[in-house]
Design a protein around this ligand. Sequence first.
Ligand code: FPP
Length: 265
Amino acid sequence: MTEDEKIQEKLKEGTIPGHVAIIMDGNGRWAKKRGLPRIAGHNEGVESVRDAVEACGQLGVKYLTLYAFSTENWKRPLEEVSLLMRLLMRALRDETDKLHKNNVRVHTIGDTSALPKEVQDELIDAIDRTKNNTGLNLLLALSYSGRWDLVTAMKQIGSDIRNGSLAPEQISEELISSRLSTGNVPDPDLLVRTSGEFRISNFLLWQLAYAEIYISECFWPEFRRNELYEAIRSFQHRERRFGMVSEQVQPLTLTAKLFKRVSGI
Ligand code: FPP
């Protein structure tokens, strides 16, 4: 067994978050610190994406959502936006075979119609080729923002009410969740943000309601599997109370642990 496999086995003795969401931040600062152009940071960031996807798949994480390009990122200098789009297209083209081989299923959330046609084509291809995979679900948030997601869902709900297929009394948390771009994907258990910033930055605003937040001081290009393991270790030491008190959740946690030990799930 390799050292990495041993670390993973140890982590698997605890609860592995079902859904990890990551705000990949600090590519520009990583590059600047080295006197390199910002795109060099994004390039190196792709290596961290590869490592995070691989490690999450091996650990049995079911969903990994990556904030790859926000609605606000369109306001960056045109040159950086074009280079990022090209990088995205190349990464999809180069990585889809390996993702498929590793049983990863690719999805997107966000206003992908705003992306250049070539990127949309690569995405359609990756989504289609991996659609029957049963391992890690990789959600790429592209041209995404939490407010965009909510506005889009509200428009849909409003239109259903207007045409009579939905009554206002039927609006529930479950209904709103199902109309968001994440659909039936369970909410994130763990939100990781790199580069030491304490912000949500218009990411999954509704879906992050009960997520545990982990801030890493690393810039994204430095965030490799060992940092991810640290985030999961920190998650495993949290007590998730979902608004209840400690005494209420302790028996539940113990039951879940016992079930895990007995069933091996
Ligand atoms: C944030 O760093 C990073 C981004 C806006 C882009 C993230 C994109 C990648 C890692 C590459 C492509 C992704 C995939 C899924 C293949 P920043 O530029 O905001 O850094 P700064 O805050 O230091 O300026």
